[in-house]
Design a binder for this molecule. Sequence first.
Ligand code: SAM
Length: 289
Amino acid sequence: MKRTSDLIRAAAFVLAVIALVPSSCSRREPEPSPAPAETADELRLKETTVRNVTDNPITYKIYPAGKLEAGEIREIAPGAIERFRTASTLEIEFNTGRKDAVYSLDPGSPYSFRYDEGEVIDLFLGSHGRADAVDLAPWVPTPQPVVDRMLELAAVSDKDVLFDIGCGDGRIVITAARRYGARGVGIDIDKAMIEESERNAAAAGVERQVKFINMDATKADISEATIVSLYLLPESNALMRPILEAQLRPKSRVVCHNYAIPGWEAKQAQTETVKDENGEDHYVYLYIR
Ligand SMILES: C[S@@+](CC[C@H](N)C(=O)[O-])C[C@H]1O[C@@H](n2cnc3c(N)ncnc32)[C@H](O)[C@@H]1O
């Protein structure tokens, strides 16, 4: 069953309105030139990226906010990433497959086209602006009561090595180390999250038990794991499935927040609904290989 969770809701956008600054300006260079100083406009330019993580080419129109007449129609191929140097908000229009949608894009933010519920195509915040990495999910933390229950269900002990795929601020790995004496590895594509995880591990006094790696988790060696935790978008769990199947040893445990692993219904050992501190329901799935 598909449902809209915090993760999907949080992947929605921020609306704002400003005007686009041209991405370059032509100007005469002064005589024998050191590198030309950047103009104030250029200094304000940020790279907004749009990535297509669906299997379909998508046609869209993009223009500086409020300037529809300056709109450009483009097509983005499956897997492609497009970059816009802008100091201000852009607007993007496309058809979701059911209706026309218009969104505003914040300068400097990464977005991705992906499937929402019912195979509708939508645009979400968070693709890391990287052409070489798969976008598994935006950063949304698992609430601590849910982390605690995930680790209980997975029966973590000091003999375990837990890998968190897309570790965010490291909370799952750090809790497993602090509470159960487990070793842990957190992997995240976002360098800032890795740095935050390292600071959090030091503050919790578990920095010798844990390691954080800044890389695309789909390219990681996770064969040392006895437990893997996932809080990723549903299609990202599907993407991770063959990697888990190829690398995990028998009896390893896989514990997922909110989204099951498609195709692993028969392996499902336990499913639970867990309430967070605000009384909201979260779903935890445990699999044993
Ligand atoms: C929903 S958050 C989950 C964070 C943490 N596991 C938790 O449950 O609190 C997903 C994380 O996956 C990371 N991520 C997205 N794509 C990734 C990739 N290809 N490789 C590694 N991490 C990725 C994001 O940066 C984000 O921190």
